[in-house]
Design a protein around this ligand. Structure first.
Ligand SMILES: [Zn+2]
Length: 229
């Protein structure tokens, strides 16, 4: 392992042992009619690509959104990721390096390495620093949460899943469910790496429908303060 990486891991391991109470954010702390649209760009063993049907529409309409991006995804989609990184209304956050199905099975240094490698890769491709983390599959426990928080991250999951990886859920159903389930402060979760089968088809109606109900789309950083130690 690279000497610098070893040093950083050692430093954060010390910080992890004294971390405050672990916390997973599942909604924004507000009663305002706002939602954070988050889209996962997972990449495990197989290369995945940016879903342009999703990204291009959101960008053309300047809808603020947050991508939880895997490090491998950033590596394998360099041009698209650099373009996304130049957009002020797009947040790019950390979704681990290789998307392990259950990070609770990893040692604490392995958890930290997953986060750090993704942070470095996203930083290289965008010049940005990631400060929010989402565990693959939402699989986390007190130890893994504390480890990631010690690295200066806030963990952001969701209150209800959209169901968009399920090919049996048609666009109309994704839409009607999202419009009925959304409450003020919700963190919506969809996919932007092709895992969302009908996402591109459903998202315009979901965004327009929520706007018609008086919702505003915001970024995580607008409502979630950074982690302090
Ligand atoms: Zn994922």
């Amino acid at each position: 392992m690279h000497a610098l990486l070893r040093l950083v891991l050692a430093a954060v391991a010390v910080a992890a042992s004294s971390s405050a109470r672990p916390e997973i954010v599942t909604r924004l702390p507000t009663d305002e009619k706002v939602v954070a649209l988050t889209l996962d760009a997972c990449e495990a063993g197989t290369v995945t690509h940016l879903d342009h049907g999703v990204a291009d529409w959101l960008i053309a309409h300047e809808v603020p959104f947050t991508i939880f991006m895997g490090g491998r995804f950033a590596r394998d989609n360099a041009e698209d990721v650099a373009r996304l990184g130049a957009l002020p209304f797009v947040e790019i956050e950390n979704h681990s390096w290789s998307h392990p199905a259950d990070m609770r099975k990893l040692s604490t240094p392995e958890v930290m390495k997953q986060v750090l490698l993704a942070e470095l890769e996203i930083g290289l491709k965008t010049g940005r620093v990631t400060r929010f983390f989402r565990f693959p599959g939402g699989n986390a426990d007190a130890r893994t949460i504390a480890a990631v928080e010690a690295m200066g991250y806030r963990i952001v999951h969701w209150r209800w899943p959209s169901g968009d990886p399920d090919k049996h859920i048609p666009a109309a159903k994704l839409e009607s469910y999202a419009l009925s389930a959304t409450k003020p402060g919700d963190v919506l979760i969809f996919h932007i790496n092709g895992n969302g089968v009908h996402t591109a088809e459903a998202l315009p109606a979901i965004v327009e429908g929520l706007k018609a109900k008086g919702y505003r789309f915001v970024l995580l950083r607008d409502y979630l303060p950074p982690v302090t130690h």
